[in-house]
Design a protein around this ligand. Structure first.
Ligand code: AHR
Length: 492
């Protein structure tokens, strides 16, 4: 089997923001507690209470933005519970994910974590059980630089400088766990929150809760004033891959279903894009943020298990396919946050007591850093198809691919994934009307779909240098079944 990719440096899509490679953490299972926060008294290796392995691993993939504290949890979270003397903080019931929330990881710990991994903080505010007043005060506490009592309180809590929280989500899944609202109900609340929050800090970006095509249309219609929707900088949507499935069996049929399901993101983005175009002022485009996405193995990742699921090569293949979709839609997608960084759902880092390791999905993020800051360019792909149909009832390519060009136009990056369960794919990479040199690359693969890293074998699935050969016009590489590769080359 063979496939060809022709990348066209003259057909630029848009810059790939670092924010495309962003993350999400929630007070759920062992994501925050144990995964990130072990506390200053912990026997585990830590830096000021934050697990050192997690810090080092995340630094390695340059997470652009970190979203917190939920998820569903965000709409029951009251920020004052998580500031001040840790010993005096209240404990609260986690109504969505069970257990008692100790509130040891609050705003200061979150911001400290973000600073340590050089991520931009993104706070998802409480609309479900909160108020505009509460969120406005949270914003003032974090970002204020005046002499108000709230800012003085922050300074007294050891944070003299403003925290510069750049992104503020106005609720989470307000159509579901965030209040089961109708679009017009959420629109009224969004307008109200936005009125006050934006006066408190005009420099931050507010993210509205989006959903499916109907919700997005009705929400934007309700927010419309005159010809367009004012004051909306970003709309967020979520997409998990777990539809109608009670069990993951890791066989080929299931893998093909997941690959096809991942392509629903193309539909999500196209639908949201069309709706946004109808309602936005072209001079002020509204960004599309996919701030929760990933594989959700519903058979294993139950609330009783803290939404833990095995993270294996199959998931890495899905992650790479999705990141290629985001690259191709860099014209609309401004941020994406895989769910959820540590120990929950499609995570990058796993911990168990003193042990910690990175997952195959982690390595995809590592490989894809090569695109950051580049301009996405159009690719023409010729590939065999898989034995599955996508949402359009069209066959799905065996090869997933994306390409980008450095901003000075001198280097190209290709990401290519062979999604076939058992067959190698001979792949040719070309630059339209151009030459390539100084070619290098890395390859991620494993023994089978279920290959995973573990404390006993933490590097079972890990990137290796890639054998590439070819002429100045074509780079050839063999992609083993279920493999992801990144190839970089100078272009001229
Ligand atoms: O990531 C798990 C949950 O999935 C989040 O809390 C919620 O936003 C979504 O439904």
């Amino acid at each position: 089997m063979s496939a060809t990719v022709i990348a066209d440096p003259n057909a630029c899509i848009a810059r790939i923001n670092p924010e495309h490679y962003s993350h999400f953490i929630e007070h759920l299972g062992e994501c925050i507690y144990d995964g990130i926060w072990v506390g200053p008294e912990s026997a585990a290796d830590h830096t000021e209470g934050i697990r050192k392995f997690t810090l080092d691993a995340l630094r390695g993939v340059g997470p652009a933005v970190m979203r917190w504290p939920g998820g569903c949890f965000a709409d029951q979270y009251h920020w004052r519970d998580g500031i001040g003397d840790p010993e005096s903080r209240p404990t609260t019931r986690n109504i969505f994910w069970g257990g008692i929330e100790p509130n040891r990881f609050g705003t200061h710990e979150f911001v400290d974590f973000c600073q340590k991994i050089q991520a931009i903080p993104y706070i998802c505010g409480n609309v479900g059980t909160g108020s505009p007043q509460e969120m406005m005060e949270w914003l003032a506490y974090c970002n204020g630089h005046d002499a108000s009592t709230l800012v003085e309180e922050r300074r007294a809590n050891d944070a003299p400088e403003p925290m510069d929280i750049k992104y503020w989500g106005v609720g989470n899944e307000s159509w579901g766990c965030g209040g089961h609202m109708q679009p017009h109900e959420y629109a009224a609340l969004f307008r109200n929150y936005h009125t006050y929050l934006s006066r408190m800090d005009a420099n931050v970006q507010f993210v509205a809760v989006g959903h499916d095509a109907t919700w997005n249309r009705d929400l934007l219609r309700a927010l419309q004033r005159g010809n367009s929707v004012p004051n909306l900088q970003a709309l967020s949507i979520h997409r998990y891959f777990s539809r109608d499935r009670n069990e993951f069996v890791y066989d080929e049929a299931e893998h093909l279903d997941l690959v096809a399901e991942a392509h629903l993101l193309e539909q999500d983005i196209a639908q949201a894009d069309g709706t946004l175009k109808n309602y936005e002022d072209p001079a002020h485009p509204i960004g599309l943020i996919i701030d929760e996405w990933g594989v959700w193995d519903k058979a294993r990742a139950t609330p009783e298990h803290g939404l833990r699921q095995p993270n294996c090569l199959r998931d890495a293949i899905i992650a790479a396919s999705c990141l290629d979709i985001f690259t191709a839609r860099a014209d609309r997608v401004t941020m994406t946050n895989i769910a959820q960084t540590v120990n929950v759902l499609q995570c990058l880092v796993e911990t168990r007591g003193p042990e910690a390791w990175v997952t195959p999905t982690y390595h995809v993020y590592d490989l894809y850093q090569a695109h950051v800051g580049h301009v996405a360019i159009t690719t023409h792909v010729e590939s065999p198809t898989l034995d599955v149909l996508d949402f359009r009832q069209s066959p799905v390519h065996q090869l997933s691919a994306a390409a980008s060009l450095s901003s000075d136009g001198t280097r190209a990056t290709f990401t290519v994934t062979n999604r076939h369960f058992s067959e190698t794919l001979a792949c040719s990479l070309n630059i339209h009307d151009g030459h390539m040199g100084d070619v290098g690359g890395r390859l991620l693969t494993g023994t089978d779909a279920r290959a995973e890293n573990s404390p006993a074998n933490p590097t079972a699935v890990t990137p290796v240098p890639l054998d590439v050969e070819g002429s100045a016009t074509t780079v050839h590489l063999d992609l083993p079944p279920l493999s992801v590769a990144v190839v970089t080359a100078s272009v001229g």
